[in-house]
Structure formats: structure tokens, C-alpha cells
Design a protein around this ligand. Sequence first.
Ligand SMILES: Nc1ncnc2c1ncn2[C@@H]1O[C@H](COP(=O)(O)OP(=O)(O)O)[C@@H](O)[C@H]1O
Ligand SMILES: [Mg+2]
Length: 270
Amino acid sequence: MALICVAADKGSPGVTTTALCLGAAWPRAAVVAELDPAGGDLLYRTVGEDGGPLDPELGLLSLVAAARHRIPPGEVLAHCHRLHGGLPVLAGIQAPSQANALAGSWPRLGELLAQVPGTDVLADCGRLDAGAYDTTMGVLPHAAVLLLVARVEVDQVAHLRDRIAELARGDRPVPPIAVVLIAEDRQQQRNAAAEVTRLLRGWDLPAAVVGVLPVDPLAAAYLSGRLRGNAAGSALDRAAVGLADRIVDGFLLRPQATERPPRRAAVMTG
Ligand SMILES: Nc1ncnc2c1ncn2[C@@H]1O[C@H](COP(=O)(O)OP(=O)(O)O)[C@@H](O)[C@H]1O
Ligand SMILES: [Mg+2]
């Protein structure tokens, strides 16, 4: 169905965590794909459905090798793992040096990931820094939306502004851009969306805030595999459920009740 790219301008605001919590909360069938050219986290940090380690032979590299020949988009799923808790993931490269093996494949990858039958793909694209121009930027034209993740901090919002302005005036096609903020306390969560939306409008930038996720260190540690446990029902998970619905409503087709998966996937690391 649709490809949803999740990225940040700079730093490490929580792109991977946001992609995983959205994947678990997504109202339609979804896969989280690690496209970060700097290397993924899932292979090292998470466990498979049987509680054992993920098979390192399966993932982005095996998909790209297969896609050198014509493959139907449904074959993407054959390169995915199912994490403990049920979330399907496409594990990324393990080190930046492996990104060479993906050179020239990014546009084809975007095309494939945007057409997986019955399944949306949430792609963790890491940082859109200079290195992204030959890598994940090739995927972007195929996305239904680009979610830019930022913490509510002056420097991150300033970088966000510069990145959106650069994307908007660049010569490459980019999808609609939506901002996901990660905010500290309740008051910051309440004010952040309105404040940053006002700033983006003032700067005349083609992007809006689609939602705010709370800082929730315990749930984030469960999602990353640093602690063993289940993030389902946490403040982060509850906010992700609302955010996922808003993204689907705002940027993809309204899901039909029958399209919902029979049970919600969770990311459980224990
Ligand atoms: N919503 C959140 N609440 C609390 N901690 C978070 C949240 N999102 C991410 N983190 C933490 O921030 C650090 C970076 O997160 P990660 O998702 O790996 O960022 P990125 O992919 O942008 O590098 C990790 O320690 C992670 O647990
Ligand atoms: Mg990451």
C-alpha cells in the first residue's frame, strides 16, 4: 500500500523509536523497514518471535540482491522478520560500509516498498544529512508522506526549518512533509504543536505538525531492546495510536474496518 518515511534532520531525536512505536500502533497491516544508511539497530537489539536472534541473512541486503531481478512487490515480505510480539520488520544494514552494496538501488527500493500488497511500510530513514543525497533521498519520491522527527528544542526546531526549506526548494520531488515532535512534559506537549505550527506558517514552509509524542524513557528502552518488556499501554504507545490514526487519516486512505489486522502487533523484548 503506502510508504511512510520517518527521518530527522540532525542528531538522534528518536527516529527509530518513533518508527517502531508507530508500527506497533498502526491501524493497518504494517512493516517497519530500517533504511538508515548509517546502520540499523534491530538485528543487534531485538529478538524474533521465537525469542531467538534474528537471522542476519535476511533483510534489506537480501531484498536489494533479489530486486536486481524483477520481483513482485509482495516478495518484500519474504525478507522480513517478525519480532517477538508480532511486528514485522525489514532489518537494515549492520554498518555504514554495507551501504555501498545498496548504491543505485534506492529508487527501486522505494518503488517496491510503496507497493507491498495489503501492507504499509514505515521506513526508518535515519538522518537526512549530506550522505542521504545518494541514499534515502532516492526513496522519498515514492513516499506518501515524510515524517520529520524533532525534539522541542530551539536548535532542533531551527534545523527542522532549514531542512524543510531545503527540501521544498530542491529539484527532487518530495512527498508532503509532516512534523512529529517529541516533548518533555505535559505542558510542553500541549504547547509544542501550536507553537511549532505557528513558526512553520510564519516561515511560509509547506509542513505542519501532525502530532506530539511524549518523552517516555521506559517505553523507549523496551522498544529499542535495551530493556526487556512490552511498551503496549505506555504513554508513548497511547500517543502513537492517536498519531498513527491521524497520519492514516490525513495522508493515506481512510482504513476500512475489514483492513485492520486481527490483533495489534507489539514490540516485546522480554
Ligand atoms: N519518545 C521517547 N522518549 C524517551 N526516550 C526516547 C524517545 N524516543 C527515543 N528515545 C531515546 O533516545 C535515544 C535515541 O533514540 P533512537 O530512536 O535510537 O533515535 P534515532 O533513531 O533518531 O537515532 C534512545 O536512547 C531512545 O531510547
Ligand atoms: Mg535510528
